[in-house]
Design a protein around this ligand. Structure first.
Ligand SMILES: NC(=O)c1ccc[n+]([C@@H]2O[C@H](COP(=O)([O-])OP(=O)(O)OC[C@H]3O[C@@H](n4cnc5c(N)ncnc54)[C@H](O)[C@@H]3O)[C@@H](O)[C@H]2O)c1
Length: 125
């Protein structure tokens, strides 16, 4: 038995990079995974490669309506969501002394806003 047998996961930003690695690991451990990303080409190619326990959905984490559709589709396709990998976010590198406040707020604010919205929405059945 694998560690995630029977689990249903959403991985945001799952089409490439760290998110792709999470998707691959979750599927290898037995989960069914919704790959949620704005990268349609990469996300669809990954889902096609991984087979029936992976499904790509075009999803922009900053769009509240997109969350409703993603969770509803995942619940219907695989069952209730158990796991949320809140991977997609905004990252800007810079010096804390010189980075404009608006840019710092974009990084911190968007990430926490998206994360809290994602947690609330994915718990809905
Ligand atoms: N790689 C690092 O060193 C590092 C360090 C700290 C934090 N992070 C954070 O980890 C996460 C993944 O990093 P990565 O290096 O794999 O990034 P990456 O750029 O390789 O991949 C990010 C993925 O997120 C998707 N994405 C971007 N905006 C999106 C949106 N609005 N909605 C849905 N999907 C979206 C992209 O299409 C892409 O597939 C990011 O949030 C990043 O800020 C990365």
């Amino acid at each position: 038995m694998s560690r995630l047998d029977g689990k249903v996961a959403i991985v945001t930003g799952g089409a490439q990079g760290q998110g792709e690695a999470i998707v691959r690991a979750f599927v290898a451990e037995g989960a069914s995974v919704a790959i949620a990303d704005i990268n349609e080409v990469g996300g669809q190619a990954l889902a096609d490669e991984l087979g029936e326990r992976a499904h790509f959905t075009r999803h922009d984490v900053s769009d509240p309506a997109s969350w409703e559709a993603l969770v509803a589709d995942t619940n219907e396709r695989f069952g209730p969501v158990n796991v949320l990998a809140n991977n997609a976010g905004i990252l800007r590198f810079g010096d804390i002394d010189t980075m404009p406040l608006a840019e710092a707020q974009l990084v911190w604010g968007s990430t926490s806003r998206v994360a809290s919205r994602a947690c609330r929405r994915s718990r809905r059945r």
